[in-house]
Design a protein around this ligand. Sequence first.
Ligand code: AHR
Length: 322
Amino acid sequence: MITKLAIAAGLATALSTAAFAQADLSGKVIGFSQIGSESGWRAAETSVTRSEAEARGVDLKFADAQQKQENQIKAIRGFIAQGVDAILMAPVVATGWDDVLAEAKEAEIPVVLLDRGIDAPEDLYLTSVASDQVLEGRVAGEWLVNEVGDEDCSVVELQGTVGSSPAINRKQGFEEGIASASNIKITQSQTGDFTRSKGKEVMEAFLKSSNGGADICAVYAHNDDMAVGAIQAIKDAGLKPGTDIKVVSIDGVPDIFTAIAAGEANATVELTPNMAGPALDALAAYWADGTEPEKFIITESKLYTAENDPQGEYDRRKGLGY
Ligand code: AHR
């Protein structure tokens, strides 16, 4: 449902903060309910959010939910009690937000969703800045279809956090991407919770139950951190990641570009960590003259492979707080 709504809203290009003079939001206090620090991408989003807020003079109140929805709900209630001017929130899962968002609405505090969608009435938040996560999965799936041609290919899938919008949508998108290829099948699929350690652990189990990995043609991970964990598991099993088992994932973190440059990963779909720039620009316009932003501000999803200067891409990202 989240994705259908996003598509229905059209592909509003994310505002590039570089392209516009940044509004001065001095005096504004904004609460940021972050999920945690499960991945390199998440760490970069936190760091970019802090610097985008600072660049506009925002007093940012940061709350780390350590991957728990109950902590996020508590933090949002705390922000409401403090009377913040707005709330940014990256929702860990898609459901269960109606009550707390209704409380924020009642207090007339605009809420902006970052990087994940929710299954709740749209009038409970001002806008959502996120990628088209179904598209991300589809891009990854279509890459694999082109890569393997007519060869039979058994894919193992490392899913993100259960109940989160990227896990739901990236799964759906990948399945759509490979739907035209009857030679490609997902043979095992399990959550690795978006973390490197669980990605490795689950991949070890997949390898054991697949003839030591001989029966696996590719791993599709819902984020790069799980792919990096899987790469380690593949190496530990005596196989060559990127060659014996292809690796495709999502995020575009520096470590995956290092792996692509070394031939140990094959492709990644980039997710920008700068969700806060467009979010703060939307809030600035809203406060300036009541401009209602697009309900869904969709960021770009670009595929990178060994042909796209992986070392250069690593260098461009390494200072961003990953
Ligand atoms: O919601 C975005 C996802 O969350 C990123 O792909 C992943 O790395 C993070 O944990």
